[in-house]
Design a binder for this molecule. Structure first.
Ligand SMILES: Nc1ncnc2c1ncn2[C@@H]1O[C@H](COP(=O)(O)OP(=O)(O)OP(=O)(O)O)[C@@H](O)[C@H]1O
Ligand SMILES: [Mg+2]
Length: 331
């Protein structure tokens, strides 16, 4: 037996939230550390904002306007002083269609900062014994594989680096957490409903399989956009994005399900009014049911016919976007 230390560092890059898990095994002793931050980046709006951020200790004293950038939860904390961007969008690093564009390069640099910040939070350092993994939405995991792998090289110095699509981290995560047994997870189908994408995949207990994944960029963010648009149309005013998302998370529905009307306090032209917005919540949430069945059927169609029936009875909806399903017995 050798005394080799083994280290595992895995990042889950999510459109709204990114997480890290660091695990070391040293001669049988295991240590696990986890952390998460918002997948946000922000740059000072002007010189006054930059000065204020310096005073607040949020950026270095010698930071310049051209390169001062914050990532993670601090962006939310200081959002009134920043131009806020989301480096991941619709299941991809934003701007990936043109990988040489400034937009893509800026977002990639911001993703790197997010990865580094997460690694610092769990005190992970570059190491020869480290195996690194990034799980990303299906599209990013295939289209931006090289870029994502490069991000890992900082830590996994000997090239032990994997890029895994989120369609596969869901079942492995659920098995590791003891939420589902390997036996139940075999021949199953998973749809990870996030903010920027649905990532669906068939799982046979081994590795990702060609042709057995599907994704759609119409996930939680698209519900927020639809709800914001309908609220604006009905009440003649724009509501803040974060408020709209909170309303969806609290009251979201995909069908009339006996919960009764969803009454929400709206601030309209300076006064607060209680309004029944059940129909708008259903109209914006309902398309998610179609997206679930689209991605699930797309994958199911390519599953070995021998296992299709079993797989149909083992469809798991995961990701925070699936929480709306707790309020109904439809899907
Ligand atoms: N109770 C809820 N009802 C409906 N939607 C919810 C609820 N709670 C969170 N969400 C939505 O879930 C989405 C975030 O899910 P999750 O954290 O799994 O995504 P992510 O991993 O950051 O993104 P992605 O996997 O798409 O890159 C957001 O759109 C959020 O508004
Ligand atoms: Mg996710």
């Amino acid at each position: 037996m050798t005394n080799a230390v083994r280290e595992y560092l895995s990042f889950d890059l999510g459109t709204s939230e990114s997480r890290v898990l660091y695990r070391t095994k040293d001669n049988g002793n295991e240590e696990v550390r986890v952390a998460k931050i918002l997948t946000l980046a922000g740059r000072p709006t002007d010189y006054q904002a930059l000065d204020a951020l310096k005073e607040l200790g949020a950026v270095k004293k010698d930071a310049r306007l051209e390169d001062a950038v914050l990532v993670g939860d601090e962006v939310n904390e200081y959002r009134d002083l920043l131009t806020v961007t989301r480096p991941l969008e619709r299941g991809q690093i934003a701007g990936y269609e043109q990988s040489t564009s400034d937009e893509f390069q800026r977002n990639l640099a911001d993703v790197r900062k997010i990865v580094n910040k997460l690694a610092r939070k769990v005190s992970a350092k570059p190491s020869e014994s480290l195996v690194g993994a990034i799980s990303a939405p299906v599209v990013a995991a295939s289209e931006s594989k090289k870029e994502l792998r490069d991000l890992l090289k900082t830590y996994a110095v000997t090239g032990n680096a994997m890029i895994v699509s989120q369609a596969y981290t869901a079942p492995w995560g659920a098995i590791e957490a003891g939420k589902v047994s390997m036996k139940d997870a075999r021949h199953s189908l998973w749809d990870d409903i996030g903010a920027g994408s649905h990532d669906a995949g068939y799982f046979d207990g081994t590795r990702p399989m060609d042709g057995l994944t599907a994704s759609s960029p119409l996930a939680g963010d698209s519900v927020d956009h639809a709800l914001a648009k309908q609220l604006a149309k009905r009440y003649g005013k724009e509501f803040p994005n974060l408020w709209v998302r909170d309303v969806k998370e609290k009251y979201g529905l995909v069908e009339q399900n006996g919960l009764g009307p969803q009454i929400v306090a709206l601030n309209i032209h300076g006064s607060s009014k209680s309004e029944d917005i059940t129909d708008l919540l259903i109209e914006s949430g309902r398309p998610q049911v179609t997206v679930v069945s689209d991605v699930v059927l797309k994958v199911l169609g390519n599953v070995n016919p021998e296992y299709q029936k079993e797989t149909m009875g083992k469809v798991y909806l995961v990701g925070r976007g699936s929480r709306v399903a707790e309020k109904l017995a439809l899907i």
